[in-house]
Design a protein around this ligand. Structure first.
Ligand code: PA5
Length: 447
C-alpha cells in the first residue's frame, strides 16, 4: 500500500535543495535526541512509539466501551478542550458524512462537542437540544481541572442523571483522565464511571492516539485499528534509520525551518476538501503550542480552498511575502460525481460536462499552486492517497514526529506550554477564585 508523500519541489525559488540538505545532520541529531530522550521536555515523549506499542487488549477495551455508548445513546457529547478535543474532532469530521446531522436514520450516535468554550448561548442551546435525547458524555481532561471542560461537565452530568437516572448515567458517562489525580478522576471513582487513562508522558496535543482520541472516534463508528495501523506505518517511515531524503518528517521539519530562517514566518496549511477543516485546527494547536515560545516560532494558519480563495486568496497572492503554504492534497475522492451536460448552457459550463467534479477541484489546486508560487509563496504538498482511517493515522504521526524534530531544530522545548497559564491566572483573579486573593487585588487595581 502507498504511503502519504511529501513534495518540496516548489519551495526552490526561496530555499534551494542544497540549503535543505544542509539540515540533514542537525535533523538526525534532533531525531536521536528525541529517541534517546535526552532533550528538552523529555518527560513527554510517550507519543513517539504509541502506534507500535498500543496493545490489542487496549484497543479491545476501547471498542467495548464504545459499543456500550453506541448501544445506549442517540447522542454522545465529547467534553474537552485543546489537546483533549481537537484530535477526536479532526478525525471524526474528516470521516463523517458532511450532512450526517440531517439524516433521519443514524447508524452511530451523533457526536457533539462541549467544554471547548464558555459561551452561555452555546451551552444553553446544547443543553436544550439534549432535553429529549438519550445522551452520553465522554469527559476528557488530563489535568481534570480545566475550567471550560469542568463547567460543561457539571451541566451535562446533572442533566444526564436527571434525564436518564443515576444507574444509566453511570453506564453512559465515561472519563478519560489522569490515572490518579484531578477532579475528573475523583468524580469518576466516586460515581463508578468507566475510565481510561491518559499516560503521564503524553501531552494533550500529542494525545489523539491515546483514549483521548480513540474512544470518541470508535464511538462515532470509525475503525481505530486502521487508524493505528496507518500511524504505525508512518512511525516506521519516519524512523531514525530512514535516510534524510526519504524521511518525510525529517524533510518537512528541515524545510519549514529553512523557510523560517529566510523570513517566512507564517505557514498556511491548505486543504481542498472541507472535511479536513478540523484536521487543520488540530495541526494549528500542535505546531502553535509546540513552537510558539521564547519569542520564536512559525505562526500556523489554515485555510479551506477553494472557499477561502474567495476571501484570503488576495492576501496570499499579493500580501506581505512572509508566508509559505503546505497543501494536504487528497488524491482520490471516496465517491464519483460527474458534471452534467445542459442544453441551454447558460452558465457556459458544458466544457466540463462528463468530467468528474474532482477534476475541476484538482485543476483549481494546481492553478492555485502555480499562481501562489509565481506570487512568491513557496509551496509544499503532502499527497494523501485517500481520506480514510489508515491515511489519517499516517498524517497524524507524520505531523507529530515532524513537530518534535522541528521544535528541536528551532531550539525550543516542543512539549511544554507555559504561555497558556497567563490568561487562566487573570481569569481566576477576576472571578475571585479562592486562593487568588492577592492576584484579585492586583488585577482590580489595574482596571
Ligand atoms: O496541549 C495542551 O496541553 C492543552 O491544549 C490541553 O490539552 C488543554 O488545555 C486541556 O487540558 P486538560 O486535558 O488538562 O483539560
Amino acid at each position: 500500500m502507498k504511503n502519504i508523500s511529501l513534495n518540496i519541489n516548489k519551495v526552490s525559488s526561496v530555499v534551494s535543495k542544497e540549503t535543505i540538505d544542509s539540515y540533514a545532520s542537525l535533523t538526525k541529531e534532533c531525531m536521536e535526541t528525541l529517541d534517546k530522550g535526552t532533550g528538552k521536555g523529555n518527560d513527554f515523549l510517550g507519543w513517539l512509539h504509541l502506534p507500535s506499542s498500543i496493545t490489542k487488549e487496549e484497543l479491545a477495551a476501547l471498542k467495548d466501551c464504545a459499543k456500550t455508548l453506541r448501544d445506549n445513546c442517540e447522542v454522545v457529547v465529547v467534553a474537552g478542550i485543546g489537546g483533549s478535543y481537537l484530535g477526536a474532532r479532526a478525525v471524526i469530521e474528516a470521516l463523517s458524512n458532511s450532512f450526517q446531522w440531517l439524516k433521519k436514520e443514524q447508524d452511530a450516535p451523533i457526536m457533539i462537542y462541549a467544554g471547548h468554550n464558555i459561551g452561555e448561548d452555546y451551552l444553553y442551546e446544547l443543553t436544550n437540544y439534549l432535553k429529549d435525547k438519550k445522551f452520553g458524555v465522554i469527559n476528557i481532561s488530563k489535568s481534570g481541572t480545566t475550567t471550560e471542560t469542568a463547567l460543561a461537565f457539571r451541566l451535562l452530568k446533572k442533566q444526564c442523571e436527571d434525564q436518564r437516572g443515576k444507574e444509566m448515567a453511570k453506564k453512559v458517562i465515561v472519563a478519560v483522565t489522569d490515572a490518579k489525580k484531578g477532579a475528573a478522576r475523583i468524580t469518576a471513582n466516586n460515581e463508578g464511571y468507566n475510565t481510561f487513562v491518559i499516560p503521564d508522558n503524553v501531552g494533550g496535543r500529542f494525545s489523539v492516539l491515546t483514549p483521548v482520541g480513540l474512544l470518541p472516534i470508535a464511538v462515532a463508528g470509525f475503525d481505530i485499528d486502521k487508524l493505528i495501523e496507518g500511524a504505525a506505518t508512518m512511525e516506521k517511515a519516519c524512523g531514525n534509520d530512514v535516510p534524510f531524503a526519504e524521511n518525510p518528517a525529517a524533510v518537512y521539519a528541515a524545510t519549514r525551518n529553512a523557510l523560517y530562517k529566510d523570513g517566512k514566518k507564517i505557514e498556511i496549511l491548505v486543504n481542498f476538501n472541507p472535511k479536513l477543516h478540523y484536521f487543520m485546527e488540530w495541526w494549528k494547536q500542535l505546531y502553535g503550542e509546540s513552537e510558539g515560545k521564547e519569542n520564536k516560532g512559525i505562526f500556523p494558519a489554515a485555510v479551506d480552498f477553494s472557499t477561502d480563495l474567495h476571501s484570503m486568496g488576495q492576501w496570499i497572492q499579493e500580501g506581505e511575502r512572509t508566508i509559505y503554504e503546505t497543501v494536504i492534497s487528497i488524491e482520490n475522492p471516496n465517491y464519483t460525481l460527474v458534471v452534467p451536460s445542459d442544453e441551454a448552457n447558460l452558465d457556459g459550463l458544458n466544457f466540463l460536462a462528463g468530467k468528474r467534479v474532482d477534476e475541476v477541484n484538482k485543476m483549481a489546486e494546481l492553478g492555485t499552486q502555480l499562481a501562489h508560487v509565481d506570487g512568491g509563496v513557496p509551496n509544499m504538498r503532502v499527497s494523501v492517497p485517500e481520506l480514510n482511517e489508515f491515511y489519517l493515522g499516517q498524517l497524524i504521526y507524520f505531523f507529530e514526529k515532524a513537530c518534535g524534530i522541528s521544535g528541536y531544530i528551532l531550539g525550543v522545548n516542543p512539549f511544554n506550554q507555559p504561555g497558556v497559564e497567563a490568561y487562566k491566572k487573570n481569569m481566576f483573579a477576576l472571578l475571585n477564585k479562592p486562593g487568588y486573593e492577592e492576584e484579585s487585588k492586583a488585577i482590580q487595581a489595574r482596571l
